[in-house]
Write a protein that binds this ligand. Structure first.
Ligand SMILES: Nc1ncnc2c1ncn2[C@@H]1O[C@H](COP(=O)(O)OP(=O)(O)OP(=O)(O)O)[C@@H](O)[C@H]1O
Ligand SMILES: [Mg+2]
Length: 330
């Protein structure tokens, strides 16, 4: 077992909706070790972002309340940590990269000033030293001519370069944990591949742990050591990335793998998972995936399965896991 950096333990998050309080993340548990890349996958609306935003308590207080459960970071529970202590951790020990960099960069300040500002807030030192650090970080994430580009404003950067700037900002204080929520989804595939390669290199060079969130299982298998699959606010499978890819143990994971386009295979229709993720206030009886599952039987409706350890390092939330031979088309 890996040494622990982050351990999310039985996390429940409720949202205030028109229908009253609704649970959108329901008892999520997983961990990330130092130097480990964990992929968090699942279809849109499965609760990946809500889970990751809860780590640093970044969900708006207007419609959420303090989550139940624990978010252990190096032995401290971030749930219930005083805001001042949490602010010291945010951006310093734990950094987050968001999907849309334009909303996280201030158009009125240069890229360099913004990275320098984050650095100075946590590490102190002179403006000049912080600005030099910003240029160094931009260079590290592969922005060409970083020494000059550091003086540019966000609109002078392309989408891919802005995403690199966000990563540079997230890494400026050498965080121990990086949470990257769809860091490359808005970008074209070549830039996407570069960002993924960059994250892998940063992990190797700095030894930080990374929680990598995406709906792209292909990217996850490439980058992550371990994968956590979420469905309808719950974890349904966890495994080492290659094990999950080669032999999925939960029908939902098999469905996601089958829906992945294969390179060089033309004219074959991709099998999609029928139906869609249920709304949080309208969860089905028994297994939440049951109504969409080709393997569902009576017992799947009778009771909700729990997440069980099925072998060393693997768990599945399917009561039929042992009897199923899930087929993933080659
Ligand atoms: N601001 C919000 N107000 C109301 N419900 C929300 C809000 N944000 C998310 N939700 C609900 O919470 C649940 C989890 O959403 P979340 O954003 O975590 O999904 P996700 O897995 O990150 O999806 P995506 O792949 O689209 O980013 C969904 O049912 C979603 O409808
Ligand atoms: Mg999301």
């Amino acid at each position: 077992m890996t040494e622990e950096l982050l351990r999310i333990d039985d996390l429940h998050v409720d949202f205030l909706t028109d229908r009253g309080w609704t649970t959108v993340v329901n008892g999520v548990s997983f961990d990330v070790g130092p130097g480990e890349i964990v992929g968090l996958v699942g279809e849109s609306g499965s609760g990946k972002s809500v889970t990751s935003l809860s780590v640093l308590r970044l969900l708006p207080e207007s419609y959420t309340r303090t989550p139940e459960g624990h978010v252990w970071y190096q032995g401290r529970d971030l749930v219930g940590l005083p805001p001042r202590e949490l602010r010291d951790i945010r951006g310093n020990e734990i950094s987050m990269i968001f999907q849309e960099p334009m909303t996280s960069l201030n158009p009125a300040f240069t890229i360099g000033d913004q990275i320098a500002e984050v650095y100075r807030r946590h590490k102190g030192g002179s403006r000049r030293a912080a600005f030099a650090r910003a240029a160094e970080m931009l260079d590290l994430v592969g922005v060409p001519d970083a020494g000059n580009r550091v003086k540019d404003y966000p609109h002078e950067f392309s989408g891919g370069m802005r995403q690199r700037a966000m990563i540079a900002m997230a890494l400026a204080c050498e965080p121990r944990l990086l949470i990257a929520d769809e860091p490359a989804t808005a970008l074209d595939v070549t830039v996407q591949a570069q960002i993924v390669a960059l994250l892998a290199r940063l992990r190797d060079e700095t030894g930080c742990g990374i929680l990598f969130i995406t709906h792209d299982l292909g990217l996850v298998v490439e980058l992550a050591d371990r994968v956590v699959v979420m469905y309808a606010g719950e974890v349904v499978e966890t495994a080492a990335a290659l094990d999950l890819y080669n032999v999925p143990k939960h029908p939902y994971t098999a469905g996601l793998l089958n829906a992945m386009p294969q390179l060089g295979v033309r004219g074959k229709e991709l099998p999609v998972i029928p139906g869609r993720t249920p709304e949080p206030w309208r969860m089905p009886e028994g297994c939440r995936f049951g109504p969409r599952c080709g393997y569902a039987s009576d017992k799947c409706v009778a009771s909700a399965p729990s997440l069980r350890i099925i072998e060393d390092g693997r768990s599945s939330r399917c009561c039929r896991t042992e009897e199923l031979r899930l087929v993933v088309s080659p």
